[in-house]
Write a protein that binds this ligand. Sequence first.
Ligand SMILES: O=C(O)[C@H](O)[C@@H](O)[C@H](O)[C@H](O)COP(=O)(O)O
Length: 224
Amino acid sequence: MKITENAREQIGAQLAAAAAQALTEDLASQPRALLVVSGGSTPLPFLRRLAEQPVAWSRVDVTLADERWVHEDHVDSNARLVRETLLTGRAAAATFHSLITSDPTPEQGAATVAARLATLPWPASLVVLGMGNDGHTASLFPDSGELSLALSTDDSVVAVRAPSVSQPRITLSAARLHDARRHALHLVGDAKKAVLAQALSGDDVRELPIRAFLTCPLTLYWAP
Ligand SMILES: O=C(O)[C@H](O)[C@@H](O)[C@H](O)[C@H](O)COP(=O)(O)O
């Protein structure tokens, strides 16, 4: 157990160093740089380590790959995760752009979120993706009625409902998620390694939506 925990800390630290390097490289030639991170449980060690990296954080914008449509104080909020882990220490000087509005549903809030995202310095320096055991990434779920739309639209965000998750969500579209200089996939555990192997051995994106990003190119950060 201890070995696994250490490996997960190490891979988080490696990803944090790579993210800091990407932002610093881009900030050498542009006024601001954008980082897109994912929610869930995997990113915790990465976000905590990144918060302490020496980056010109006051010139960095941060947003999320997707969000659960809950209040920002909710235990399931990805914004809460980012505020409590990344936006501390040195990285507190970064500007965070939430994917949530006060509208009751993501369908009602999507246009406001899209307008917010349009002000950011795309392409992102780095998009960090996670993946679920069903092959979803961001909120591109295999069982969501909005999957085809999210994979094909030029809009930047899509409101998503999926039977496999309890809360409505909002996700960056595949097109928006592709709009980055670098992509990383951050995974832990043997189950996810097996899902990734399955994804690499086929091409039906609707079966395993992570496939939409396997040609980015994409750098894999995996630990047992
Ligand atoms: O808000 C979210 O849930 C995500 O952004 C999602 O795509 C996540 O990356 C995967 O579900 C993996 O989640 P875990 O890291 O918790 O396994």
